[in-house]
Every structure is written in C-alpha cells, then in structure tokens.
Write a protein that binds this ligand. Structure first.
Ligand SMILES: [Zn+2]
Length: 284
C-alpha cells in the first residue's frame, strides 16, 4: 500500500510535472471512483481549472487548483497515478484520465477498485475527507519526541496497530511500521503502556529514519507491490528492507530468522530474537 514515502514521492513528481498546466478534459471510466461530489459535478468542476501545486496530508494527495478548489486522491491499496502522453494506450483498470493542455494525461489506475478521488473548495476539503481527525505528520519539524510521547500517553493497545492508526500518526502503514519496530528492537505486539521511555524515544527516531530513507529511495515497490511513481517507475526502498516480507530469511541483526505473524489482522514481520515480547530489564 502506498504509505507516506510513496505518496510524498508522487507529490514531488506532480510538482515537477504538472504545476501550471490547465485541465482541458476529464474522462471518467469508473464513476464509483468519485467519492465527492456526484460524478457529473466532479467532471464539470475539474474541467478548465489550472493546477497550482500539490500537497500531502497523511496518505492523501491534495492537488491545489485555480479558483480555490482542491482535487484529492487516495490511492488506498494498489492505486497508481501515472503521467502519460494522451496517445499512449490506456492500461486496463484505468478509472480516470485527466487531460492536460500539454498533450499529457494524469491517469488513475487501480486493480482492486479502492482508490478514490474527491473535489471540493479548499475550505471544505478537510470536512469531506475527515482530515481534522488525522494525527500529526511524522516528518513535520513540529513533530518533536515530546509530541510523540504525548500521542502514546494512556494508550493500552498494541504498539503496531497504534502506529498504523491514522488518528495517532498520519502516513505510517504496515511496511514502515514493521521496519521502524524492528530497528527500535520493539516487539510489534507490545502494549504501548509497557514501553519504557528509552524504547519510545528509539521508536520515534526510527519512524522518522525509515520514512526519510523511504522518501530518498522514492518508495517501495516489492515483488507483489504495484506502487509506481508518476513516471511509472519503481521505487528502490525494497532493497533496504530489514524485515518486511523477508519471513524465513536471515535476520540482518542476529543469527536468527525473520518471522511472520498476524497482528490486528495484518501480516507482521519481525525477528523473535531482536524484538523480545518481554523486554530484558535494562541494567544499571
Ligand atoms: Zn534478529
């Protein structure tokens, strides 16, 4: 699933490719992809607008348009946003193609039918998407370690589902949660209120590290992952993964093996030796 690094990569690509372009046509092949407003109003509203910039909030792409409107895109599990010449063949499962004034199209493709788009005035987009419920952006300069400790305060749930809860922290999903927990040497099923101060601080640093590295590598496109950047190219972070989808392979931190369990219904990859379920008390 595209997480913060993948969506951020596409955002940067949009800034490079389409800012300043005008939308001259909208081809809606699958009306169900439009979450708001009605499909006809979406098509009508997009047409004629100029693209002013691209922002990201959590896993949402927010394309700023002229007249104060925002075109939002959520790629969900397997969605792809591609920048292609209009005469290039349309791939199967393309839901929407937005014609630009330079002969190119922005195409939304999704093999599992979960990606969604929305269009609203910027004053309304937060309410339409429920953005006010989202937790802080982990790569924001204002997201200090104190702020992270505050987010975990009083939480009794398991740490991995908490990290993936978009209302606790925006943008982290299954892959980057597994990687950050491995690097912080924290078992993914540990209850948040049993984590020591040093563990939580370590986790804060590792969350930021994996997300930064993910962005630098232009995201993760694993063997099964369909993520592509705006140009249709794969990311490279899969080459650096320590545990995600490496079950049965040697741990990169000890002589043990990476294991696969399910936590909160999600496949979870970890090292049973490096990430103990009951941590050894710190020695003085
Ligand atoms: Zn290990």
């Amino acid at each position: 699933m595209p997480e913060l690094p993948e969506v951020e990569t596409i955002r940067r690509d949009l800034e490079d490719a389409v800012v300043g372009r005008r939308i001259t046509g909208v081809f809606l092949y699958e009306p169900r992809v439009v979450r708001h407003p009605e499909p006809e109003a979406f098509v009508r509203g997009l047409k004629g607008k100029r693209i002013l910039g691209a922002e990201r909030r959590g896993k949402h792409l927010l394309i700023r348009l002229s007249d104060g409107w925002v075109w939002a895109i959520h790629l969900m599990l397997e969605g792809q946003l591609l920048y292609q010449e209009a005469d290039e063949a349309i791939a199967s499962r393309t839901k929407l193609a937005v014609q630009l004034d330079n002969g190119f199209q922005l195409r939304l493709r999704d093999v599992v039918d979960l990606a969604r788009v929305a269009l609203a005035p910027s004053a309304d987009i937060s309410a339409v998407l429920g953005l006010s419920k989202l937790g802080p952006e982990p790569l924001d300069p204002g997201f200090t370690v104190e702020r992270f400790l505050e987010r975990l305060k009083g939480r009794k749930g398991m740490i991995k589902p908490l990290l993936m809860n978009q209302e606790v922290l925006a943008g982290v999903g299954n892959l980057y949660a597994d990687e950050a927990l491995f690097r912080a040497r924290i078992h993914p099923a540990r209850k948040a209120n049993t984590l020591g101060d040093a563990e939580k601080r370590r986790l804060y640093s590792e969350i930021q590290a994996v997300l930064r590295e993910g962005v630098a590598a232009r995201g993760t496109s694993g063997k099964r992952g369909l993520y592509r950047d705006l140009w249709g190219q794969k990311g490279r972070y899969q080459e650096q993964l320590k545990v995600f989808r490496r079950e049965g392979e040697p741990c990169r931190g000890c002589p043990g093996e990476v294991a696969l369990i399910r936590i909160g219904g999600r496949a979870t990859h970890y090292c049973p030796s490096c990430q103990l379920e009951v941590p050894v008390p710190a020695t003085r």
